[in-house]
Design a protein around this ligand. Structure first.
Ligand code: FE
Length: 370
């Protein structure tokens, strides 16, 4: 993602995307006719192949179009089960080998790793996915393929109050522990996956001991006890209750795109910093998906993951939540996201960040980041 060009999807590309959609619809109509005549003699297993059970922790309006296009292209209907990440994992655990889940779509490396560690995915070997999704944005391949693949990425950025914080003093995550920021730092609970992943990344870079010292320093600088989500931190920075906070990039873009005057007001009062630009780069995380361990429709599941890596799906998927595609050649048409500018992203493997949450969780307990 480093040095991403700011100018995004131009009109001709959009027209091309529409043409693809039209021809896909035409093909689907033909295929529909064929499968109808085949269905008279085909065994029931064939009929099952035309459905995909998607367990998704993501729900945006644009997803309807995203999944609709997959059905048009392949004839495979998507049966979506949407719930929070934790609820989905719980459901999968309870269903065990009888689970109808084919694809599991989760948010953040901490949760993807958790699902992987519990054996809820199966490794997949796919040339398409290996070529399109960078190795550091999918789970470690131990010779059998990857358990999950990142399909959109977000950055964890520093947000500061323009009136009372000098951005030069908060250029790095490490700076949040400096004594000069005493009483100014706000974050959500350290136990949240977004924080566990960031603290995990710090642990990977600094080692456990230094990462803990850093976490201790951040906690000592708290303006208030952690509460609320990322947007609440950004609002508190604008209100002056906090001088500086951490937020995922898409929450800021969401405020930038909002029509509400109070959101515009928040945006006008805060500035953003891409942390660690002169070092390892800004922490990025992903939304990702993998094939469920007991997927009844494994082939359809692989097809769906490969579809999510296609140009048009990547643009939709990323735009649905104001994120960046993981396929580097794909551009999104999102002026507010482009307005944030370019940055150097940390290339630490997302899988390693997910695994580091075990150490991160111990650190937050010891330093009281709750
Ligand atoms: Fe989020």
């Amino acid at each position: 993602m480093s040095k991403r060009p700011v100018n995004l999807l131009a009109a001709p590309a959009a027209a091309a995307a529409r043409r693809t959609l039209l021809s896909a619809a035409a093909i689907a109509a033909l295929v529909g006719g064929v499968s109808l005549s085949l269905a008279l003699t085909a065994p029931p297993a064939q009929a099952q192949d035309k459905v995909l059970n998607l367990y998704s922790a993501r729900h945006y309006q644009t997803d309807d179009q995203l999944y609709g296009e997959f059905t048009k292209q392949t004839g495979i209907r998507i049966n979506r089960i949407e719930a929070g990440d934790e609820a989905l994992l719980e459901r999968l655990r309870n269903e065990g080998a009888n689970s109808p889940a084919d694809v599991l779509l989760l948010v953040d490396a901490a949760r993807l790793w958790k699902a992987e560690n519990e054996g809820l995915f199966q490794p997949i070997q796919s040339k398409v996915l290996e070529e399109r999704i960078p190795a550091h944005l999918r789970s470690k391949d131990e010779g059998k393929g990857s358990n999950w693949f990142g399909f959109s990425q977000r950055a964890r950025i520093i947000v500061y109050n323009k009136a009372n914080v000098d951005p030069a003093s908060v250029q790095n995550y490490e700076d949040l522990a400096k004594p000069e920021l005493k009483g100014k730092v706000c974050t959500r609970s350290g136990a949240h996956p977004y924080m566990l992943s960031l603290i995990g990344a710090m642990t990977e870079h600094l080692g456990e001991e230094k990462a803990e010292k850093w976490a201790e320093g951040v906690v000592a600088n708290f303006a208030r006890k952690p509460r609320g989500g990322d947007t609440d931190q950004v609002r508190a920075v604008a209100a002056g209750e906090c001088g500086v906070a951490l937020s995922n990039s898409y929450y800021v873009v969401r405020l930038m795109r909002s029509d509400k005057p109070e959101d515009r007001d928040v945006v006008s009062k805060v500035g953003i910093v891409w942390p660690n630009q002169s070092g390892v780069g800004t922490h990025v995380n992903v939304s990702g998906a993998g094939v469920a361990r007991h997927a009844p429709n494994r082939d359809a599941a692989i097809k769906f993951l490969e579809y999510l890596a296609s140009d048009s799906a990547q643009a939709y998927f990323a735009n649905g939540n104001n994120e960046w595609p993981t396929v580097s050649s794909v551009k999104t048409d999102n002026p507010q996201l482009a307005e944030l500018g370019e940055f150097k992203a940390d290339t630490l493997p997302i899988g390693a960040i997910g695994a580091a949450q075990v150490t991160a969780a111990k650190i937050i307990d010891r330093v009281g980041w709750r």
